[in-house]
Design a protein around this ligand. Sequence first.
Ligand SMILES: Cc1cc2nc3c(=O)[nH]c(=O)nc-3n(C[C@H](O)[C@H](O)[C@H](O)COP(=O)(O)OP(=O)(O)OC[C@H]3O[C@@H](n4cnc5c(N)ncnc54)[C@H](O)[C@@H]3O)c2cc1C
Length: 567
Amino acid sequence: MKELLHSADFCVIGGGLSGVCAAVAAARHGVKVVLMQDRPMLGGNASSEIRMWVCGANDRDHDYREAGILEEIELENYYRNPTLCYQIWDTVIYEKVMLEENITLLLNCTCQSCEMDGNVIKSVRGWQMTSETYHTVEAKYFADCSGDSILAPLTGAAFRVGREARDEFGESIAPEKADKCTMGLSCMFQIRETDRKQTFVPPEWAYSFPRDEDMPDREHNIGTNYWWIEVGGDRDSIHDTDELRHELLKISYGVWDHCKNHGHPEYDNWVMDWIGFLPGKRESRRYVGDYILTENDVLSGGHFDDIVAYGGWTMDDHFPAGFYYRGGYPTIHHYAPVPWGIPWRALYSENIDNLLFAGRNISATHTAMSSSRVMGTCAIVGQAVGTGVSVILKDGKKPREADVNEIQQTLMYDDCLIPYVDRRLTDLTLKAKTNAEITRNGVDRAFGETQNCWTGQKGDYLEYSFDSPDYVRELRIVFDSNFHRPYHNMPSNYPLNEKKYKLPDTIVKSYSVEITDSSGNRSVIRVDNNRRRLATHRIESDVLSVRIIPSETWGNGQLRVFSVDLK
Ligand SMILES: Cc1cc2nc3c(=O)[nH]c(=O)nc-3n(C[C@H](O)[C@H](O)[C@H](O)COP(=O)(O)OP(=O)(O)OC[C@H]3O[C@@H](n4cnc5c(N)ncnc54)[C@H](O)[C@@H]3O)c2cc1C
């Protein structure tokens, strides 16, 4: 078989949203990255193979919408994918990685083994099915974003499976006794409305649920995504996956048969558009880091000194029996505050020196994980891990030796909110004279009625000037992408007269930046068709003044800018 060797600074295993954001964040800070993903596309449970919509703190309080790389991906998707086609969504995620010069992407490549030197991972090895090639990746740091924590059994990293006993961490919602139960797996399906009546013939091997009482407490109105078609929480959610797939398909087809053929005329014109053959996983191995997050950390808001990300979804703890649970609704949404903080110490292994992780496998108890597992949270945790690696790589430090303050400040500069931590402005930003003071209050989003935002009309501009020329390397601008936009970025079903999705109209579409240098010469950067919330521009010159002239939005009458920074 063919063998290829790659040398990198950082190897990321798993290309769900956590792995993608980890890889992109690190690469943008100059880190050489290899991203190994075992599927043909990126996105994990958000991809066209599984089709879950991205949830997070945003769903409960829009002011806390997860931003950073995730927001960049979602905005690009609105622009390019107004009918919200899943393959285009896959492509948008794919190109975010492909177009990053510092990333080598290995798709269809399954990490299978690794080489260790004591507590240090030297390399991992993956089999790429499409090219019959073994890829060995040597790197200084590794992040396991595989969901299932494949590097745990391969490296001997400490991990946990199942539910902790209530008294182990004093968690009120944990079961009295510890067990190996997890949340289950699902094969999702999607439906599409047509303009006429449509029939449906189920496979003969599908289950039959002729009465509503055959699936009690399972909402099956148009608009649900049938998340409750779930089994395997009381099995081995890794090794039984392929057996569970057939059971899930039998249930999914049976549920659709129920909707189509057993007393639900509202579904007459609807057809099954897609069904997933790859079970989506909610829970399996969770790593043990220097800190294990618990229900009590979630409830108290996670005020950690080393906070680098946050959650905000409820502790959404599905019953292990899933579809077969007969005690009522199959999950409990236990209260969690928005936001609650996630510390750096929960993102690296307690016993493997160069192993980090992001996604549903971070160091958390089952109950804390029932909140942190949603993909908005996974994405910003991924960005934190990738950014953290770029910080520790400079001095070759171990993750536990990281300068967390630098990670926090870098993340905030890159448009990630870090609750309870103030964003530090550069000396240059503070030194400039400006007609837009609000843009340097260090807050890049609205909170409640407090807009934290410069507003203007066509012809208005924001100016930053110095008494004597100063060297400016980079200009950073944060526009408004309307965190209160009322829809998910990808749907669960497709009504006939589906509303067209579009970029939030508040984003500044066109703007120019006029730079006056030390000799009084003026240069202009002109940007049209902008769909980013965070824009950065290399300036690299001695500057007397920078003037930003927003001229047009994607439809909103007001021009809105949260922040401008110079460094
Ligand atoms: C049915 C279902 C419904 C859900 N509903 C929602 C929801 O509505 N909103 C929400 O935000 N979250 C939801 N979740 C939770 C969420 O999808 C997961 O917690 C989240 O996707 C975990 O992110 P991740 O990046 O850790 O893993 P994943 O998204 O699973 O990505 C990991 C990737 O790593 C790859 N991989 C695995 N092993 C290897 C290997 N050995 N080598 C290389 N690559 C590997 C996998 O193929 C996968 O693509 C749901 C989950 C399920 C299953």
